[in-house]
Ligand binder design. Sequence first.
Ligand code: CMC
Length: 373
Amino acid sequence: MAEENIHKGLAGVVVDTTSISKVVQETNSLTYRGYPVQELAASRSFEEVAYLIWNGELPSEEQLREFTARERSQRQVDPRVIELILGLPKDAHPMQVLRTAVSYLGAADPKAEEDGTEANQAKAERLLAQIPTLVAVDHRRRHGLEPIAPDSELGFSANFFQMTFGEVPEDEVVRAFDISMILYAEHSFNASTFTARVITSTLSDLYSAVTGAIGALKGPLHGGANEAVMAMLEEVKTADRAAEWLDEALSSKKKIMGFGHRVYKNGDSRVPTMRAAFEKMAAVKGADDLLALYNAFEKDFVDRKGIYPNLDYPSGPAYHLMGFDTEAFTPIFVMARITGWTAHIMEQQASNALIRPLSAYNGEDQRQVPSKD
Ligand code: CMC
């Protein structure tokens, strides 16, 4: 096969249709079910957006009431999963813990093998409700703290703060978090969603597909970038060190975390909204130094390379200012992306074809196994 027919990393390859979201490379825009994501983030809650992603339309008031009631009633997790998390090594990465816990939920669900949109919608809603509980339990155990039970009086984002810190912060902080959930919810055929679709295409179950997707999201070229951004900014330390740090990193051919994108080459349409949320956090928390570092680093890197920030660049420092541990940033991403993954799993099932590409062999020519004597 000629080299030009090989699409390394599947770059530029269209593998299927989807009606869930649209990424437009030319205008750097993203829509969920036809709605621009920045407009959804300006006026809607994450719960409304989750409903939209799964059902194709925004909910009526009645539909939203029923949907949020179902989500709030399912947040409590099987106590055996809490035991499992508490028994894992304390230094295991939170994404390893979350992947293990979600896999356990599948093994413990008597209906795990049940198929069809209705059964999968029920599993998807339960995962939406329970993943934050798993993330919060793990966050607390790292600090030697007991789990806090979910509070069904609180919305999705406020409840997550309550379960993690034992209190709900200022409205602006909860809203900024909710906005990040909306922006992270869905993004067409990204690596983790594609992983979920590959697993689904073999007629495997939803939990297996989600467990695989968590593994794919963990890597720093994908979801792991939000924590890598914060680790990097902490290493740079101050705005006046940005240039020197970049000189060294670029001369050793390091990838700069939170910049660049496979599809958007002129900026990511989610960034201005998340950047505004980060700036709000910096104002609420009095974090002028971090904001100055953020701005100086971005300007320097964009000036040098013409490579723009992606969503992980503002979300990493925003989560830091909200008080979350850096290693928890990617599990937080999972709390949002579970909506997109499961929508894609159901879409794949509805019109399935086994995903099985070809490879061009470049190893030894066929040869005979030498005889032993
Ligand atoms: N830092 C330094 N150079 C970069 C970067 C970066 N962040 N991104 C791209 N480049 C360079 C790259 O080295 C290459 O240069 P050259 O042509 O001289 O070899 C050129 O730009 C094209 O890059 P590429 O790797 O072919 O682009 P890609 O589309 O395969 O990669 C990417 C996209 C996201 C893997 C890459 O930009 C990257 O590694 N970024 C850092 C990690 C990151 O922020 N990931 C989050 C992605 S978006 C949100 C998400 O999935 O969570």
